[in-house]
Ligand binder design. Structure first.
Ligand code: GRF
Length: 192
């Protein structure tokens, strides 16, 4: 039987491709009393990620879809989302670009975490670019997903100081630590 704490929470799916530290952190957050969301489904575009173990450990349903054909993959995802009555989607290191059509079906219900102070550095290699440009701050942003890459309305951001000693690896590590705080804060901001 579902624990009382999980009842009435917003049924949420997390989409991943990578190491899944944000997934792990969102699962932990979802189990707290203050969390408005429950995580009921994990979607991955690869079975090579170790992050799927977090779904297993927490008895969360998971689906792996190869994106050789985007529209077939998205059709299948929509089927799983419907089956699990998913109402909200968190992208967490998901490396595939969702189609306009898919996003329209979940309009305003998909959010993403991006490792830069948007609108700066959309896309990849954000930390390298910030360092190369001698920026004083890097950071992370949680934003709504629209059909334009990393361009939807920003929900919340966190700045991280770049020091002379930083390289892209050290900066990524510092930013990721902040991401783990920022993603739950963004979700609380949306629903409270
Ligand atoms: C994070 O830096 C996130 O901002 C970006 O991809 C990375 C995913 O890390 N979109 P993880 O898989 O959650 O550890």
């Amino acid at each position: 039987m579902e624990k009382l704490i999980g009842l009435n929470k917003i049924r949420t799916a997390v989409f991943i491709s990578g190491t899944g530290s944000n997934l792990k952190n969102l699962i932990k957050f979802s189990k707290t009393k203050k969390s408005p969301i429950a995580i009921n489904l994990v979607i991955s575009n690869t079975n090579k990620t170790k992050a799927l173990k977090y779904a297993n450990q927490n008895k969360i349903k998971k689906k792996v879809l190869n994106f050789r054909n985007n529209s077939i993959a998205e059709k299948n995802i929509l089927k799983f989302l419907d089956r699990e009555k998913i109402k909200f989607i968190c992208l967490a290191g998901f490396m595939k670009i969702l189609s306009k059509n898919f996003i329209k079906k979940f309009n305003g219900k998909i959010i993403n975490i991006h490792p830069s102070l948007l609108p700066k550095y959309k896309g990849l290699n954000t930390h390298e670019r910030a360092i190369k440009n001698k920026d004083k701050f890097g950071g992370c942003s949680v934003h709504y997903v629209t059909s334009k890459l990393d361009s939807g309305k920003i929900i919340i951001q966190k700045k991280v100081k770049i020091t002379a000693k930083d390289n892209s690896t050290s900066l990524a590590k510092k930013v990721l630590k902040q991401e783990h705080k920022l993603y739950p804060t963004a979700i609380l901001k949306i629903f409270n």
